[in-house]
Every structure is written in C-alpha cells, then in structure tokens.
Design a binder for this molecule. Structure first.
Ligand code: PLP
Length: 228
C-alpha cells in the first residue's frame, strides 16, 4: 500500500468517526484532495486509492496537472484566490469553484462558462475570522452576494466555504464552523454544501455540518514550497 493510500484510509476512519459522533452519515462528507505543490504522480496514487475530487489553488499549476492526468475522470475544484484575468480558464477547466468572494468574479465566471458544460458549482467564501483574514466576503455582505449569484445563469450556487483562523482549541473551531453553518441557514436559499475543515480541524467541521473537507497535509504530507 502506498503512503497516500494509507493516509486515505486513516482519513476515511477520521471522517467516519467524526460523522458517527454526531449521527451523520459518513457518506455525506466528501473528501476533497488538496493537491497544490504536489506532483501529478501523487494525484494518480490518490485516484488509484479511490479519490476523484481534487482541489488546486494556482491556475497554471492546475492546468499542467490536468493535462498530465487527462486520461483519468477527475473532478477539479478551484479553491484559491481568483484574479479577474484568470476567470476564463477557471470557467473552462473546473467543475467547482469554492473561493468566490465578490460579484464581479461570479459574473465573469457565468459569462465565460462554456455553454456545452453543465453549470459551474459555486461556493461563496465567507470570512468568519474578521481582521485575521484578508479573503472572503464579510458576513454583512453575504446575503446580497448570495442573492445576486443565485440568479446568474451558468452558475449553480451550492453553499459556503470558509477557512477560519487556525487554532488547536476545539471550542474555537466549533464556534467558527457553527457560525458558517448559521450564516448558510439564514440565507434561506436551497443550498446543500458546506466546504470547511482541513487536516487539523476536520472533526469540528464535520460536527458543524461540513459536506466537503479539504485535505492536503494529512493526505499528501507536508508541502515544500521551495520545490513544488
Ligand atoms: C492548502 C489548503 C487546504 C489544505 O490544508 P491542509 O492543512 O494541508 O489540509 C484546504 N483549503 C484551502 C483553501 C487551502 O488553500
């Protein structure tokens, strides 16, 4: 068994026990493999061990890996900050975008989504950590943004994404993720996705309703930014 396959079975067990602790079906929690800085061969190992959904943060890096892995039926998620000049390629090459935090980006993604593809699945990134985080829409701006995005033709608004300030305190983790879940419920829209929880806090995220946990380090090992 490869290290990656072993890591996936450890993660499946963490997800299963976190879900069972709150009477949730473990199958309602998706494992999104966050593969930034990792070589295509690692993604292939994860595919062989059963994963299909991969999250990338950097467009050029993602496009390179998509080309190398074009023989596999992978589902690509864009999870990094989005500049306006990147929206066309993102609209063309991804099935999901988790990191939409302003209307202009959503409008461009909708306009640029190729008509032969299904609607692009969208999560709005919301900032529940205040000044500690630069990215994400504020909770105050969220209702208007969600309303506007829900009317765009080539997008399907699925839910919210959050990256709370990292902490080892389980109560603080719970409070942040509960805030995301409450914001989602208050929108009153038919949403089915909460993208929250990473390697160190997936248990708290699942307890508060996560449907995608985005896992990098616990799956592929530590990232080395010097030698991607
Ligand atoms: C890198 C990254 C992750 C994965 O973080 P780990 O702590 O390595 O599991 C998840 N979400 C986003 C948006 C990321 O950029």
């Amino acid at each position: 068994m490869s290290t990656i396959a072993e890591n996936i079975s450890t993660l499946a067990e963490r997800i299963r026990s976190a879900a069972q602790a709150v009477q949730r079906d473990p199958a309602s929690v998706g494992l999104l493999a966050v593969s930034k800085t990792k070589p295509a061969s690692d993604l292939r190992d994860a595919y062989d061990a059963g994963l299909r959904d991969f999250g990338e943060n950097y467009l050029q890096e993602a496009l390179g890996k998509q080309a190398e892995l074009s023989d596999l039926p992978l589902i690509w998620h864009f999870i990094g900050p989005i500049q306006s000049n990147k929206t066309r390629a993102i609209a063309e090459h991804f099935a999901w975008v988790h990191s939409v935090d302003r209307l202009k980006i959503a409008q461009r993604l909708s306009e640029q989504r190729p008509p032969e593809l299904p609607p692009l699945n969208i999560c709005i990134q919301v900032n529940v950590s205040g000044e500690a985080s630069k990215s994400g829409c504020s909770p105050e701006d969220l209702p208007a943004l969600a309303q506007a995005i829900s009317t765009l033709p080539n997008l399907k608004l699925r839910g919210l994404m959050a990256i709370p300030e990292p902490t080892d305190d389980r109560d603080e983790q719970n409070a942040s993720f509960a805030a995301v879940s409450t914001l989602q419920a208050q929108l009153g829209l038919p949403l089915d996705t909460l993208s929250m929880g990473m390697s160190h806090d997936l248990e708290a995220a699942i307890a508060q309703g996560a449907t995608w946990v985005r896992i990098g380090t616990a799956l592929f090992g530590a990232r080395n930014y010097g030698q991607p």
